[in-house]
Design a protein around this ligand. Sequence first.
Ligand code: DOR
Ligand code: ZN
Ligand code: ZN
Length: 429
Amino acid sequence: MSSILIKGARVIDPRSKLDAARDMLIRQGKIARIEKSITAPKARVVRAKDQVVVPGLIDLHCHLRDPGRPDEETIATGSEAAVAGGFTSICCMPNTDPAIDNESIVNYIYKEAARVGLCNVLPVGAITKARAGKEITEFAELQHAGVKAFSDDGDTVADSSVLRHALEYSKAFDVPIFEHALDKELARDGLMNEGLVATRLGLKGSPAIAEELIVARDLLLAGFTGARLHVCHVSTRGAVELIRRAKREGVRVTCETCPHYFYFNDEVLESLDVNFKVNPPIRSEVDRQAIIEGLKDGTIDCIATDHAPHCRAEKELEFANAPYGMIGLETAVSLAVMELINRQKMSWLDVMRKLTVNPAGIIRIPAGCISVGAAADITIIAPDEKWKVSEEQIRSRSKNTPHLNKELVGRVTNVILNGRVKYSLKDGQ
Ligand code: DOR
Ligand code: ZN
Ligand code: ZN
């Protein structure tokens, strides 16, 4: 393995709060030196002037459709999309076919991800068998096989007693419960956010209270059991407020939002572009502002993609019948740069914290930081580079993104995993 010398970059490490011009030498898979100026004649040089070097990004929430829907995504195509988006570790959700509810599927995912060899793919185990919401899976077996969290994502754990027991068991393993928090009856298969825009468009709405009701219940159960709860894809002002208060009261809760919740509001649905149909739905401007406030004050710990690939034939169904979800791995960094750093003036340290050290802490993996001796998982970003999203460029097997043909700012140029270059823009990739 050859050494790599990254020259002249702005190195940002949220854990140590380093934000300075540095050279970095990577040797034998590890970060060997971080200094103002390094010369290493034998190393492969990556020139990164005017670029930002951050720890390899970590996504706590994506859907890889493997096993089950290789026409939509596989571990191979999902890994390609991940590194193109700057991610070196991704958690894949268990709403596969079959569900990730036993050891053999977890083993399959690790084996296939290792064969592909582009990024760490970390499975999330189902909370209930076949994700049916009734009977809890074998947490010990799944945790032993390597799942990093438990979730029935795609569905809420509707039965409060099942969730209580899941929280109690998870506590023994120190593995968090990732909850897709939406009350099914209140959400009523809503097609978009309930509100003025939905009324105008005549589309059935899914109200904010559907999310808030479950978040409130889950926070009570997390407090009661003392277990760790992680709320997926927070999208409403009320949910942010509930989580902020619970954190203050000492409940062991963390949460994530997704780029589409801080970047868009429900007026984009006027276009009737089915790629805006996601669950939970894109909310009002008031909610979007509250999400941004939650990111700024630390209530929202992470930015996760909820990358949800769907094939064209299904997304081309009429709005009411199309599935929920948009892909997100390859656009997340740009949207964070454009909205949070450029427009909202959040610092690189504060934004990158939510894509590195915070998610690493939640799933307890030794990643997400830059320090001498640490594994060299590194992402390099050109913060001002403009690029146009095109179908040809998208690595995900599915192309369901509302950003198609849009110009974005901020581009991943290089991704290094364990000291090996896994993605390099200038290699024509
Ligand atoms: O937008 C979504 N996509 N929401 C979900 O609940 C499921 C997910 C998927 O798996 O497609
Ligand atoms: Zn979900
Ligand atoms: Zn999801």
